[in-house]
Ligand binder design. Structure first.
Ligand code: SAM
Length: 253
C-alpha cells in the first residue's frame, strides 16, 4: 500500500494545491448531493464540499490516509456531514446507491490499471442515481507521455514537518515506460529531526495514463456517456497541451 509511507507528508506537499477546490465544490453544488469521492485521501476536497452544505462520503483503501481524514473531520466538527469509508474502489459496496456525483479527483485514477479502471467505473455506476455525474481529473496524458527517465533526484521542496518539527527535503525520480503508458514516480524524503537523527523515506507511485479515445470505451462499457472533456478547471476545452484532462460523464438512465 504505497500511500502508507506518503501519508504523513501528503498534506504538507499538497498545501499549495487549491486550484481544484472551487471546481469540485461547484460540481457538487450543481449535483446537489449526495457526493462520493473515491480515493479521498486525507480529505482535502471533502471538507470544502461539506462546508458548502453537501452530504459527502469519502472512500479510500489507505488506512494511513484515512486515519488523517478521521482526525481532520473531528477537528473541523464535520462528523455529521462527512462519512468515511475504508474500501477498495475497484470492488466497493456501500449501503447508499443514490450518489448524484462521484469524483475521481486529482490524479487518483492514474493509480488504476485498465482492468481496475473498468471495475471502478462499474462499481461507480452501481452506486449512482440515473443521470448522476462522474468526474475524472487526471494530468493530461500527452504531458505524461512526454516525461522521460529522471534518475538524478530533483529536489522539489523543503518543509518543516508540523508533527515532529523535522526538516524534510522532498525529491523525486521518474521512470517512464512509454510502451506500457506507465510512469513510476519515486518520492524521496530526507528527514532531519531536531535531535540530529536522520531518516530516509521512499515511496513509489505508478501512474497509468489513458488517452480520451481509451477512456471513451471504458466509460461506455460501464454504462456512462461522456458529456464534457475539459483541459483545466476553468472549463476550457481539452487539447494536447492543456494541463489537465477532466472527463465529465453521465450514468445512462
Ligand atoms: C493522488 S491521492 C488523491 C487524494 C485526494 N483525492 C486529494 O485530491 O487530495 C490518491 C488516493 O487514492 C487512494 N487509492 C488508490 N488506489 C485506491 C483503491 N484501489 N481504492 C481506494 N483508494 C485508492 C490512495 O490511497 C490515495 O489516498
Amino acid at each position: 500500500m504505497t500511500y502508507a509511507k506518503l501519508a504523513r507528508f501528503y498534506d504538507e506537499i499538497h498545501a499549495e494545491l487549491t486550484e481544484d477546490v472551487d471546481f469540485s465544490v461547484a460540481l457538487a453544488r450543481s449535483a446537489g448531493g449526495p457526493v462520493l469521492e473515491l480515493g479521498c485521501g486525507t480529505g482535502r476536497l471533502l471538507w470544502p464540499m461539506a462546508q458548502a452544505g453537501i452530504n459527502v462520503t469519502g472512500l479510500d483503501n489507505s488506512a494511513d490516509m484515512l486515519a488523517l481524514a478521521h482526525e481532520r473531520r473531528q477537528l473541523l466538527g464535520l462528523q455529521q456531514h462527512v462519512v468515511l469509508e475504508s474500501a477498495d474502489m475497484t470492488r466497493f459496496s456501500l449501503q447508499r446507491t443514490d450518489f448524484a456525483l462521484i469524483l475521481l479527483s486529482y490524479n487518483t485514477a492514474l493509480h488504476l490499471t485498465t482492468n481496475q479502471v473498468i471495475a471502478t467505473l462499474r462499481r461507480s455506476a452501481a452506486h449512482m442515481q440515473p443521470g448522476g455525474a462522474l468526474c475524472i481529473d487526471v494530468i493530461n496524458p500527452f504531458l505524461l507521455a512526454d516525461w522521460r527517465d529522471q534518475t538524478m533526484p530533483e529536489v522539489e521542496r523543503t518543509f518543516i514537518d508540523s508533527w515532529t518539527g523535522a526538516t524534510v527535503t522532498q525529491a523525486t525520480t521518474n521512470y517512464a515506460d512509454l510502451a506500457r503508458q506507465v510512469v513510476t514516480v519515486n518520492w524521496l524524503f530526507d528527514v532531519a529531526y531536531p535531535d540530529g537523527t536522520l531518516e530516509k523515506v521512499e515511496s513509489a507511485e505508478t501512474y497509468h495514463y489513458y488517452y480520451p479515445h481509451e477512456w471513451l470505451p471504458m466509460l461506455q462499457h460501464a454504462g456512462f456517456s461522456l458529456e464534457s472533456m475539459w483541459g483545466d478547471y476553468d472549463d476550457s476545452p481539452f487539447a494536447e497541451d492543456t494541463p489537465r484532462l477532466l472527463l465529465i460523464a453521465r450514468k445512462l438512465v
